[in-house]
Ligand binder design. Structure first.
Ligand code: PLP
Length: 377
């Protein structure tokens, strides 16, 4: 199946889809500004994974209007999409594959975040072949041990004057492992290592903090901060020092059926939820194929969605295309089929979804399925 054909499986026209992700672009811009009012540094926008599921190009457009001029994309493909709409920004690629993509990076003036000597050498070679400068970010490891030039390689690089002089280092960057645990000693340890490495790059701009790192305070800001999830509305931790960020995305799906299920009867796969008394059960058209986690229904722990202003619990397992809800607590004339049901958003915090499933909001947002229509307001 070609990509085009797959796309036709999505909504045919606006408003046609059974489930939609409503993205509040003003809230997104406000979050970027809130981070900027706190950070003693330039604020980039991290738009990897399709802008954390919200839509990378729409996110980039909005952040650009707010004043953002530096973006971090995951892969070159995403970076090219952003370059198509903005000629005047710096776009870093976090996970470049220099061997295959050097020409794309040069053609679109994308800046790879290089993380090993092999990549550095290939980038230098491709630059001289293209008559282009070998401009790159140097991603160094300071303790997460997940992408980044490690100590020995960094020493080799620093001692090799010929190599060093051929690479135009636009940014020195590193990434924190435990920033969402403010009291973790790993944060200071990584900070000390980063400062030490930075001494070898006195003229180079430095970037260290993701969202959680930014909220750790000014020591972590350097020249450029790289928030992702906080732009999209989630505080990884709230220390009371930074402005709060607000929700940006709302996942909604249509109520398809309301049917009374009698006492002793059960609802959904595995007959996990059984009615003690007759209950009106609503069927809502979003399931795990749309990114509603299958673990969201837990018999021992109620999870509420919002319908017609009322909080009502999931009742029965999440299936591929549907969830089922118990409408007993809602006046009968308040609900009808076709209504939108909020699964998360301004009224049902995405954090309650992620906590229920023992994960983080990033996981929930990036998991929103492609057939869910993205609507921008
Ligand atoms: C994903 C990522 C970020 C953004 O992280 P958040 O926790 O979402 O703010 C920043 N830097 C790097 C290297 C990343 O991979």
């Amino acid at each position: 199946m070609s990509e085009r054909e797959i796309d036709t499986l999505g909504p045919r026209s606006e408003g046609d889809a059974a489930a939609r992700l409503v993205v509040d672009l003003a809230a997104l811009a406000a979050n970027w500004r809130a981070i900027g009012s706190f950070a003693a540094a330039e604020v980039a926008g991290v738009v990897k994974a399709n802008g954390y599921g919200l839509g990378a190009t729409e996110v980039a457009r909005t952040l650009h209007s707010a004043g953002c001029r530096t973006f971090f994309a995951g892969f070159s493909r995403e970076a090219v999409e952003i370059r198509r709409i903005h000629g005047d920004v710096e776009i870093f690629v976090l996970m470049p594959r220099i061997g295959d993509e050097a020409h794309v990076l040069h053609e679109h003036r994308l800046i790879p975040c290089l993380f090993d000597l092999d990549g550095i050498d290939r980038w230098i070679a491709s630059a001289s072949a293209n008559g282009a400068p070998a401009r790159a970010a140097l991603h160094v490891d300071t303790g997460i041990h997940r992408l980044g030039l490690v100590g020995e390689e960094l020493d080799v690089f620093l001692c090799d004057e010929a190599r060093r002089s051929r690479l135009d280092v636009a940014l020195l960057m590193s990434h924190l492992a435990c920033a969402d645990e403010p009291s973790s000693p790993a944060n200071r340890r990584q900070l000390d290592r980063f400062r030490a490495i930075r001494e070898d790059f006195p003229q180079v701009r430095a970037s260290f903090a993701n969202s959680a790192g930014t909220f750790l305070g000014p020591d972590y800001h350097f020249d450029l901060v790289r928030p992702g999830i906080s732009l999209y509305g989630h505080d990884p931790h709230y220390l009371g020092t930074a402005p709060r960020v607000g929700p940006v995305a709302k996942l909604e799906a249509r109520l398809a059926q309301i049917a009374t299920v009698g006492p002793g009867e059960s609802v959904g796969y595995g007959a996990m939820a059984t009615c003690d008394v007759a209950r009106p059960i609503g069927v809502v058209l979003a399931g795990y194929a749309d990114g509603v986690p299958r673990g969201l229904y837990r018999p021992e722990r109620r999870f509420d969605v919002l319908v017609a202003g009322h909080r009502v619990p999931l009742f029965g397992r999440v299936s591929m295309d549907m969830i089922t809800i118990d409408l007993s607590e809602v006046p009968r004339d308040a609900v009808r089929t076709g209504m939108w049901v909020e699964i998360f958003g301004p009224s049902v915090a995405v954090e309650t979804v992620s906590e229920q499933c023992e994960t983080i909001p990033n996981d929930i947002l990036t998991g929103i399925g492609r057939r869910v229509e993205r609507i921008y307001v």
